[in-house]
Design a protein around this ligand. Structure first.
Ligand code: UN1
Length: 496
């Protein structure tokens, strides 16, 4: 029997108005059809926007601690359903169970953090410059928010956006990636069970070019929060710019790990393997460049290659698997294309660089863990986001060159340095151009109570997670209370 899934609009599970659907298949085994999902268009987005607009008037008046309690409850339900959601997620997007459990955990952490924020959501009180006058700033919701999320963290990233948006009193429409609609459905079941009122959260499936674009352009939608490629982010920003719509973007990365000559090399190799091949390299925080001091380069390279060749590749549902498939055929073609580009540019392919031909892997989008050596910083494989299990090793002669190479791309999301020298560690914290820097840790593994995001082409100045996400989802209002009983003129009555 084929499973047919729905949109969630105004508290009801409904098909796309057109009745159209799209298929969702397991990337580790294309024969496995997960289900059919609504291929939505502008009219579905419009219905969701109207439902979200209607719900806004009452939701924004519910006290923030109360909204927080509902979010906290969603966190508890996620905890109860963690294993089931993790399994569905692995089947849907391929990463191994250990990682999909981590993905759900990131959603649980975000729920509990946001729940607590319901009793904070601080503004400021400050002295007024005139007598018998009181001044403060308070936060107000922005309105209906459109959330567009990627497939690589199909639960965590929607929660990063949706829970803070709700906590701040907004109502939302989520348009999840076409590759991970099932996880989004499970998430909305959780929200429904937690008691989120009708119309406060709406889910519309479909293609970015159609449903996503309709969401971005809908006049009732006051804010767009997007995580995905820099190319799409740029287009979204342009559309939002035309309408003066608030837009928060989290986009690409070309993250590097530096290994200095004084580093704990075993630790550095462990970190690089996890950073480069975790999630099959499909994290925006993935390590795709390893910048190594020439004195230790050979040892680091040999250890990495030996370890990479032992990585167990297969279905993420098998507990012994260490790396799953790529998300779809186009992603694998892109990765394979970059391997060819790397070879043509003159980089040395040390391991991987090919598909599997054997029966075990033939039905999925698997690719071998791949390492290039002799990579020059200007090569395309050292500059462009590949989003796959490909690591480029760049040799440098000293710390200064390492920082220069690390900073020499258009992106600036995550970064890492392995060294035992505290002075160089602190210099790198200061000089690396990135939103996230790890000292003696890999480029992946951000925690939800710190700001997440990047500089340069990675973002547009916003940060998700931490306390900073609450600045995305609120408008500031400054309030002055004059209890002097007379007209007091600021900058005039009290001036010399
Ligand atoms: C992403 O790749 O888009 O820091 C998010 C990390 C995860 C989040 C990654 N906590 O790798």
């Amino acid at each position: 029997m084929r499973s047919i899934y729905k949109n969630y609009i105004g508290g009801r599970w409904i098909a796309a108005a057109s009745g159209e659907t799209f298929e969702n298949r397991n990337p580790a085994d294309q024969r496995d059809l997960i289900g059919l999902f609504p291929d939505s268009a502008a009219e579905d987005i419009d219905a969701a926007a109207r439902a979200a607009r209607r719900a806004l008037s009452s939701w924004r008046l519910i006290p923030a601690p109360k909204r927080g309690e509902i979010i906290f409850k969603a966190g508890e339900i996620l905890k109860r359903r963690k294993e089931e959601i993790a399994r569905a997620m692995t089947r849907e997007m391929g990463k191994i169970l250990k990682e999909t459990r981590g993905d759900v955990q990131e959603g649980i952490d975000t729920a509990f953090y946001a729940g607590g924020e319901g009793r904070r959501l601080f503004g400021e009180t400050t002295p007024a410059e005139l007598p018998d006058k009181f001044a403060m700033s308070v936060r107000a919701p922005v309105g209906v928010c459109g959330l567009i999320t990627p497939w690589n963290f199909p639960l965590a990233i929607p929660t990063w956006k949706l829970f803070p948006a709700l906590l701040c009193g907004n109502t939302v429409i989520l348009k999840p990636a076409e590759d991970t609609p099932h996880t989004a459905v499970l998430f909305f079941e959780v929200l429904e069970e937690a008691g989120v009122p009708t119309g406060v959260v709406n889910l519309v499936h479909g293609a970015g070019e159609i449903a996503g674009a309709a969401l971005v352009n809908h006049p009732e939608v006051k804010l767009i929060s997007f995580t995905g490629s820099s190319e799409v982010g740029r287009e979204i920003a342009a559309s939002c710019g035309k309408n003066l719509k608030r837009v928060a973007l989290e986009m690409g990365g070309k993250n590097a790990q530096i290994v200095l000559e004084d580093a704990d090399l075993d630790l550095a190799v462990e970190g690089a393997l996890w950073g480069a091949f975790g999630t099959t390299g499909q994290r925006c925080t993935a390590t795709s460049r390893l910048i190594v001091h020439r004195d230790v380069k050979q040892r680091v390279t040999d250890a990495l290659v030996a370890r990479a060749e032992k990585i167990v590749v297969g279905s993420g549902l098998d507990e012994s698997t260490e790396m799953g498939p790529l998300i779809h055929e186009a992603a694998r073609e892109k990765v394979h294309g970059y391997v060819k580009i790397g070879k043509d540019e003159g980089a040395r392919l040390l391991t991987g660089g090919s598909l599997y031909e054997e029966e075990k892997w033939i039905n999925g989008w698997f690719y071998r863990p791949t390492i290039f050596d002799g990579v020059a910083p200007s090569m395309r494989i050292a500059q462009e986001e590949i989003f796959g299990p490909v690591l480029s090793i760049i040799e440098v002669k000293n710390f200064e060159e390492a920082i220069e190479v690390l900073n020499g791309t258009r992106y600036g999301l995550s970064s890492s340095i392995y060294t035992r020298d505290v002075a160089r560690a602190f210099r790198s914290m200061r000089d690396i151009e990135a939103g996230i820097t790890y000292i003696n840790g890999p480029t992946i593994g951000a925690e939800v109570h710190l700001p997440f995001g990047g500089v340069k082409d990675t973002g547009n100045g916003h940060r998700e997670a931490g306390t900073t996400v609450y600045d995305i989802f609120t408008e500031w209002k400054s309030v002055y209370v004059d209890y002097s009983g007379k007209l007091q003129k600021a900058q005039i009555d009290n001036a010399e």
